[in-house]
Each structure stands twice: as C-alpha cells, then as structure tokens.
Design a protein around this ligand. Structure first.
Ligand SMILES: *Cc1c(COP(=O)(O)O)cnc(C)c1O
Ligand SMILES: [Zn+2]
Length: 421
C-alpha cells in the first residue's frame, strides 16, 4: 500500500478543514475548498528519480494529487510534449520560447488531466454517474473517461457548441444534454442538479476540489521537462481561471517539496490570456480592480467563454502576486495566431490556443513578456475541435482538373499557387 499524502480539504478563505469527501464549499464562509497535503512527508519520499521511473502520464506525480490510486481512471493523459519554438519566437521577437502541447492528450485537450483525477475520486466515493457542466472539451473528456471506467455519464453543454465537441461527447455513449443558454446558464443549472442527484459526481461542481488539482500536472511536467527548472514566465488561457490557479500552485508545490534546482531565481511569472469577447479577468486586471464583473460572452473561443468565472478572483490574485499580466485579444487575432502557430511550429490549436498565442504576441510586443525570459505558452486544445471557426481560410489553395497541364499551370516550382481557379 502506497503512502497517502493528501490530508484534507481546507477552505481557501477561513482555513477550516473538511474530510476528503464530495465537498466543494465551506459551510462556514462559502469559500472554495482545496486539497491540502503533507509536504514534509512528500519532500522526504519523493525524488526526481522516483518520478522518472513512474508512468508517462499525469500519474507520475501521484504523490501530489488528491487521490492516490495506483489504478486510476485514465486514458493515458498528460506527459505531453514541451517543444522549443524557435521559429515562433523569432516571429514574436522573443528569446527562449517553449510550447506545452496539450493538443496531444487522448481527447485533444488539457481537460484529460483534470477528468482523470475527478473520475478516479468519483469511483472511490462510489458515484454511479459522471457528470459536468462544460464549454465543450470537458464533456468529451468526461464521456470518454466514464466509458473507460464503465460508468454512466451525463454532460451538459450550451446548445450552440462546435459540432466536433458535441460529437466527441456523444460518440462515447453517454447522455449529452444541450441547454438553450450559455455556459453560465449551464453552470447554474448544474449547481441545482447536484442537490437533486446524490449519486452523480459533477467533475466541476461537487468534485471540483479534486478535479482542479489535475491542472497542477502542467506545472510539474513543464519543470521536469526543463530539467527540474521553473520557467521565468508561463502564459495560460483563462476560462474559469482554474487552470491558471493550479499552474501557479504547481510551481509553488515543487519548490516546497524541494524538486526544483537550488539555483532557481525568483518565482515564475504567470500571465493569463482571454478573448476580448469574454474578458472579465483581463478587464479587472487592466482597471486595477479586485471585482470580476460578469459579462455575456461573445467570442469564437468557446472553451474559454465563461462570463462569470468561478476562480477568476483567485486567478487575478495569482497573476498579480507573480508579476504577470492578463491580456485579451480579438477573434481575428485568435484566427491569425492559430495560423501563425500552425505555420511556424506544426501545431494545430483550437481557438483557446489561438487566444494564448495571440495574447503572448501582444504581451511580447508590450514588453510584458521579455526577450531574456524563458517562456512557456500552454496550447490547451486541438484545432480539429474548432475547424468551423477557420471558415474558408483553411480550404484548398486551388482546385484543378486531373491533368498534368492544368496542374503545372496552377502550381509553381516552389509549390506556390500561380493561378486561382
Ligand atoms: C477549459 C479550457 C480552458 C480553460 O480552463 P479553465 O480552467 O476553465 O480556466 C482553456 N483551454 C481549453 C482548450 C479548455 O478546454
Ligand atoms: Zn471557510
């Protein structure tokens, strides 16, 4: 039997502790609950060598996850490539740039990290149905992991999502419920459903304290892949703000348990990326406010279109504390950035990835992200999920009849299109 290092859930606001059950808010002050660990014991037990000998998945960091199951519910998510992006760096006027390529996860987004943790806990607590409120990627990941675990699933999404995201959720055989409303409506509905369905584990509601912890593995992997060094600056997309918070927590934990090189400089700067059509955290950052004022989303970046972000306040604090920034970009900047990333690095990102790269470009141009920094941008989802947003820009350059003559007339020696038909 492996040692268990997670000790309790604690309230972020008042510090009260709770047992490791399906609880997510403090009875006393309504603050969010978060997993707490025995870091001294982890520091004594964990070494880079032991981690290196673990699975090539998020579960190599089991000691720092809130459910320490040796046979987790998983599809092999995590341990995605961290790639040096020299061509993109040159385009953006940056020095050392890396991309954390989470398009490579089993269902094509970083959500496989959080879902694997949530459903492992759901199974342990005896939930019969895996459920969630989703902007799209979570739905597909829940449905897939539930199928893997032999659980039923019910995923609830806004009705006008991208086709691929609905299809990915439906194909795994769970129930997909489309709601005539936006994500914030879906989320409210799920908050009510939790009370009505005690045998349903909602990944991002009653299991949120566990689910959210899965995002720490982004920080763990980035540090390990850099040789147990922290980067200087990480750029993270912001929907609910959970991912950003947990990336920050992940680096802090590595330093607490002594896994980072001793010669590490100041802490990692964390910057957030939002779409201008749904930028409540960026607006609060820019105006110097502590209030996240809810907005009605209007952007092609559906996976980050959360007008009333649950963890927005904490994300804002994490950014400010670290010396980062939160930027926002227009939909056309998002599309340009998807193209730029694909052309320079061979990575096809969904719209949320476009948000991150476009924001990185903007922060680089403003000097917020420096040339002398080691920068990591998180590319959180695959472009095949959002092809319709590319429109006709991603079609053939030319269409020709099947004849040599026509082909030669249309395409030049370096592969360029000579003539459009
Ligand atoms: C959910 C999602 C995000 C946002 O994550 P939060 O934890 O909600 O901030 C970013 N990118 C992709 C691809 C997502 O699916
Ligand atoms: Zn409390």
């Amino acid at each position: 039997m492996d040692p268990v290092f997670v000790t309790a859930l604690t309230c972020r606001e008042c510090g009260r502790t709770y047992p490791l059950d399906a609880l997510h808010v403090c009875d006393w002050c309504f603050g969010p609950l978060e997993a707490a660990y025995d870091y001294e014991a982890i520091a004594a037990a964990l070494s880079p060598e032991e981690i290196a000998a673990g699975p090539r998945t998020i579960w190599r960091y089991r000691a720092l996850l809130p459910v320490q199951d040796t046979r987790p519910v998983e599809l092999g998510g995590g341990w995605t490539p961290l790639v040096r992006a020299e061509r993109l760096a040159a385009e953006l006027g940056l020095g050392e740039l890396w991309l954390k390529d989470d398009t490579a996860n089993p269902t094509g987004s970083f959500k496989d990290r959080v879902v694997s943790v949530a459903l492992t806990k759901a199974r342990q607590l005896g939930f019969k149905v895996a459920a969630c409120a989703s902007t799209g990627n979570l739905a597909g990941s829940i449905a897939a992991h539930a199928a893997r675990a032999g659980m039923a699933s019910v995923v609830i999404v806004p009705k006008d999502l991208e086709r691929a995201k609905i299809a990915m959720a439906a194909v795994y055989g769970g129930t997909v419920v489309a709601v005539d409303g936006d994500y914030d409506d879906v989320n409210r509905l799920c908050a009510e459903l939790v009370a009505e369905h005690p045998s349903w584990g909602f990944a991002n509601v009653n299991l949120r304290a566990y689910y959210a912890e899965g995002s720490k593995t982004l920080a763990f992997e980035i540090a390990e892949q850099l040789g147990w060094r922290a980067p200087d600056h990480v750029v993270v997309p912001v929907g609910s703000g959970s991912q950003l918070n947990k990336v920050a927590k992940g680096f802090t934990e590595l330093s607490k348990v002594g896994l980072l090189h001793a010669d590490e400089g100041p802490a990692v700067r964390i910057s957030g990326a939002q779409a201008a059509g749904c930028a409540p955290v960026a607006t609060a950052f820019e105006t110097g406010s502590d209030d996240i004022r809810p907005v009605r989303p209007s952007t092609i970046a559906r996976s980050v279109a959360i007008g009333n972000p649950a963890d927005g306040y904490y994300a804002l604090q994490a950014v400010r504390r670290s010396g980062g920034a939160v930027g926002s970009v227009s939909d056309s900047e998002v599309l340009d950035a998807i193209g730029l990333l694909a052309r320079t690095e061979g990575i096809f990102a969904e719209t949320a990835g476009g948000v991150t790269i476009a924001t990185l470009a903007k922060l680089a141009a403003a000097g917020v992200v420096g040339r002398d920094e080691r920068v990591v941008a998180i590319v959180s989802g695959h472009g095949l999920k959002t092809v319709e947003s590319l429109g006709t820009a991603a079609g053939p350059g030319v269409t020709v009849p099947p004849s040599l003559e026509a082909f030669e007339e249309a395409v030049g020696e370096t592969g360029e299109v000579l003539l459009c038909r």
